[in-house]
Design a protein around this ligand. Structure first.
Ligand code: ADP
Length: 248
């Protein structure tokens, strides 16, 4: 199965920005403390549909803070974050959760798979909120997502019977099954040896070539070099060499 990027019917002011997945405008976060910690200084960032961007920085530089904001897990304390053209500040908690579930696929270092459920069941769990889809359709989508990551032959294997690389591919299938706008990867190869890491990074390359928008966060410069564009975070300051700011 080829990954099909989300095509949404344009509505209201979203149409004008339909090729922009993430727009940060002066987005920053200060933890209240005491003492207050300015973990992310106000920054601008534009991620266009189909881009593969890596975010690199040392420990403590603000990467998790950035990830939590981009992934709608935390609210910025300053600035405006628009995702797929939607001003996230206008959303209720439920609206934010729905946007996150529908449009962001997460891939974490630690896989976070249910150990006693099969690969297929782990992926199916991510479709449960799609009450509008019959169970059969959800199952077909889950199977297809696992085929996309090369695990069509391991549908019924439990994670303990899978290698680290295979577990991460199940996690990627789980992230893809909702057909998200954005794949948000947090140190996706951090638990893998370098050969296995390469196969996971090659899979991300393939997904990117098929149109997926990828934002990958890492402390590892070698991993970060896989992106087509790299953004650096240092001491809470995000440096984006493209300096693109949407003025509309
Ligand atoms: P990284 O992911 O790059 O290691 P973080 O985003 O976790 O960096 O942290 C950035 C800064 O914010 C660090 O100085 C960290 O100590 C601080 N920080 C992180 N979380 C909190 C919090 N909940 N409250 C206060 N300070 C925090």
């Amino acid at each position: 199965m080829r990954f099909t990027p989300r095509r949404r019917s344009p509505s209201s002011d979203e149409a004008a920005q339909s090729d922009i997945v993430i727009e940060f405008r002066e987005v920053g976060l200060t933890y209240p403390g005491p003492p207050p910690v300015a973990a992310l200084h106000p920054c601008d960032l534009v991620v266009r549909r189909g881009e593969y961007i890596t975010v690199v920085g040392p420990s403590g530089s603000g990467k998790s803070t950035f990830l939590n904001i981009a992934g709608l897990l935390d609210n910025p304390t300053t600035g405006t974050y628009r995702m797929d053209g939607i001003d996230t500040a206008s959303l209720s908690d439920a609206g934010r959760t729905a946007l996150r579930g529908q449009r962001i696929g997460f891939v974490f270092q630690a896989f976070h798979l249910l150990p006693h459920r099969s690969a297929l069941e782990n992926v199916l769990l991510a479709t449960l909120y799609r009450k509008d889809l019959p169970r059969h359709e959800r199952r077909v989508r889950a199977e297809n997502a696992l085929r996309t990551v090369g695990l069509g032959h391991r549908l019924h294997a439990v994670p303990t019977r899978l290698s680290g690389g295979e577990r991460q591919r199940v996690a990627i299938a789980r992230a893809l099954v909702a057909r998200p706008s954005l794949l948000l990867c947090d140190e996706p190869t951090g638990n893998l040896d370098s050969a296995t890491a390469d196969t996971v990074l090659a899979l991300l390359d393939t997904l990117h070539s098929q149109g997926m928008t990828i934002l990958l966060i890492t402390h590892d410069p070698a991993v970060s070099a896989r992106g087509r564009r790299t953004v650096v975070i240092r001491d809470g300051m995000l440096e984006d060499p493209s300096h693109e700011v949407i003025t509309a």
